[in-house]
Design a protein around this ligand. Structure first.
Ligand SMILES: [Fe+2]
Ligand SMILES: [Fe+2]
Length: 211
């Protein structure tokens, strides 16, 4: 793109630039995911990355269809934003040895990618609508929906802190802060109560008040 030559003159140019930018981004993401799959030791995270790699390949094909609908050759425009996000992820992976920490770092790196994609697909859909190219929207939306679903799954994994709780607990000498946080999320505060009451703490409170 030429910020200085001002190649983008119209909304149509802007839309085409955005499409080329995303086409480049999706191709770079497809190249990066195998490395992330290799680094992920958590089975759910690994499976999620594998699934998203195949989704990303489908997304590239959908973008190719959008190019075709616009009578344009599928072409990528180098996108410094995704290059930076992916490089940061690679650098981070290079700094981490511990498997559990790696899984957590991978989730954060992947979410940065998904959030980037979500903003770009949102803009492209709005511009397609503005340009009277609503015919392109379903394809863009299909990609956007996959990015959003992936982001949601990553959030769920992050909330579970990836590493299964008890399995390594007995091995000792593991990070107490992380375990405390994890435990706090999994177990309700009522855990010290007898099982019958802790099962439905609200109900239990009410019935106690009534009694
Ligand atoms: Fe994507
Ligand atoms: Fe994605």
């Amino acid at each position: 793109m030429g910020f200085f030559t001002k190649d983008i003159k119209t909304m149509n140019d802007l839309f085409m630039h955005g499409l080329q930018d995303l086409y480049y981004a999706e191709n770079q993401i497809a190249k990066s995911l195998p490395d992330m799959i290799e680094k992920a030791t958590n089975p759910q995270l690994r499976a999620g990355f594998e699934k998203h790699l195949s989704e990303t390949e489908g997304q590239i094909q959908r973008l190719q269809q959008v190019f075709e609908m616009l009578d344009a050759e599928p072409k990528g425009e180098r996108c410094q934003a995704i290059d930076g996000i992916l490089k940061e992820g690679r650098d981070l992976m290079g700094e981490i040895d511990d498997e559990d920490v790696m899984n957590v770092g991978l989730i954060a790196a992947a979410q940065a990618v998904e959030h980037y994609e979500i903003t770009r697909y949102g803009a492209l859909m709005a511009w397609a609508s503005e340009l009277g190219r609503g015919d392109c929207i379903p394809l863009l939306k299909a990609n956007l929906d996959e990015e959003k679903a992936t982001d949601k799954k990553l959030t769920a994994l992050a909330e579970r802190r990836v590493n299964p709780q008890g399995e390594k607990k007995s091995e000792g000498e593991k990070k107490p802060a992380k375990r405390a946080s994890s435990t706090a999320r999994r177990k309700p505060k009522t855990q010290a109560r007898p099982a019958a009451k802790s099962k439905r703490s609200n109900g239990a409170k009410k019935s106690r008040r009534r009694a």
